[in-house]
Every structure is written in structure tokens, then in C-alpha cells.
Design a binder for this molecule. Sequence first.
Ligand code: AP5
Length: 227
Amino acid sequence: MFMCHQMAMKKEAQEKLKAEQLRKAQAAFDVPIIWILGGPGCGKGTQCAKIVEKYGFTHLSSGDLLREEVASGSDKGRELQDIMSKGGLVSNQEVLSLLNGAVTRAKGNSKGFLIDGYPREKNQGIAFEEQIAPADLALYFECSEDTMVQRIMARASAAAVKRADDNETTIRSRLQTFKQNTSAILALYIEKTLTINAERDVEDIFVEVVDAIDCVLKKRQKAVASC
Ligand code: AP5
């Protein structure tokens, strides 16, 4: 009985310490970091563009950073292209190193970071928070598979240059990769994740996005005021 009580006290103290360390690390990174999560075609990029317009945040899309590497024509780019065209996940080392470089370059001039399409599996989230900084918020855009497929197919048919992974076979495999990993991410980051119904009009979704971001900005202002 005494042992149980001692263990519970120790666990509570460890959790308090961890929460305090996280709060300090967040405060040390002087602008908010927001993860943008959701399946292929759910509307991550669309909402990010609107957030950038309203808040002037720095938008870092893991997919765009990888496509830039592919476009460079390097050997590494060819390897990445192979994985992406199969709808798989590129190694975290690769993605995190691209993100880390981009955050480092923008830090100092940025009002906040939108990390779009990351984390895509839970170890990515852990590595990001250890190596860069803790995220303030994760926005998860929830959308049915049918809607996501329809949106991507519509985007592909309207595009002058079609993305190599925007074909039905690769979309199915992107969806499969997404389904395999997402519940573990949502479970791990339950406290900082807001799930948003992304089956609605772009503007209606954005109202909820704005509420959530305003809340993060207020929390940060309060934290600065109490220092
Ligand atoms: P990535 O480039 O991130 O692609 P994705 O996640 O599949 O998402 P999309 O960019 O296709 O869609 P979106 O959600 O941004 O939707 P959008 O706003 O464009 O990743 C590509 C690949 O890179 C991955 O498969 C993987 O291989 C690799 N990769 C990336 N990140 C990685 C990571 N962290 N680790 C490992 N590998 C990684 O909208 C889609 C369409 O719908 C648009 O036409 C838009 O106008 C329309 N639309 C948007 N919202 C609405 C709405 N509310 N109503 C109606 N239409 C809408």
C-alpha cells in the first residue's frame, strides 16, 4: 500500500516536471508552432494559405520541401520520388532535416510556423519536439476517404502540371499509409489536438481554425506577461 502511494507520488512529480519542462521549452521558442494534420486532399494546404494570409505565419509543407528536393534532380531526389510515387513515407531523418533547416533559416523573422503534413507517424512528432521545439497546437482536418479522393482527382484534372502522386493508385496507397499511422498520433497528442470537420465549406472550416489560433496566441501572451 505504502509502495503504491510512493510510486503514484513519484509518477505525479515526474509528470509535473515534464509539463513544466515542456512549458519552458515552448516559451523559449518565441513564436507558435502549429502542426497541420489530415489525410491526402483533406485541405491542409488550402487552410494553410488562409492562415498565412491572416497571421503572416511561415508555411512549411513537408510535401513541398520533398518535391523541391525531387525537382533538384539529385540522386537523393530520385530516391524520394520513388517513395512518394508509391504513396509511402520518406524516412524521418530526411524530412526532419529539411524541416529543421527551413525553421532555422526562417526563425528570427517568423511570426509563427505552420508545419503542414507533419508528423505523419508518432515518432516524427517525438523527434520534432526533441530536436526543434514543442508544438503549441495540432489541427487535424477530418475528412472521409471519398471526399479526399474526389478533391485530389478534381485538383489533378484542373492542374496545368499534375502531381506525380495524384493518380488513383497512388492516392489509395497514400490513404492506406495515412490510416495506418494517424490514430497513434492522435492518441499521443490528444491534449494539443483539435479535430476539425473538413467536409464543410472552406470558410466555415477557417472560422474554427481562427478560433483555435487566437486561443494559442492569447495563451502565449499570458505566459509572456507572467514571466
Ligand atoms: P503532401 O504533399 O503533404 O500531400 P498530402 O498529405 O497527400 O496532401 P495534399 O497536398 O495532396 O492535400 P492537402 O491536404 O494539402 O489538400 P489541398 O488543400 O491541396 O505529401 C506528399 C507525399 O510526400 C506523401 O505521400 C509522402 O510520400 C511524402 N511526405 C510528406 N510529408 C511526409 C512526412 N512527414 N514523412 C514522410 N513522408 C512525407 O486540397 C486538395 C483539393 O481540395 C484542392 O483542389 C482544394 O482546392 C480542394 N479543397 C480544399 N478544401 C476544400 C473544401 N473545404 N471544400 C472543397 N474543396 C476543397
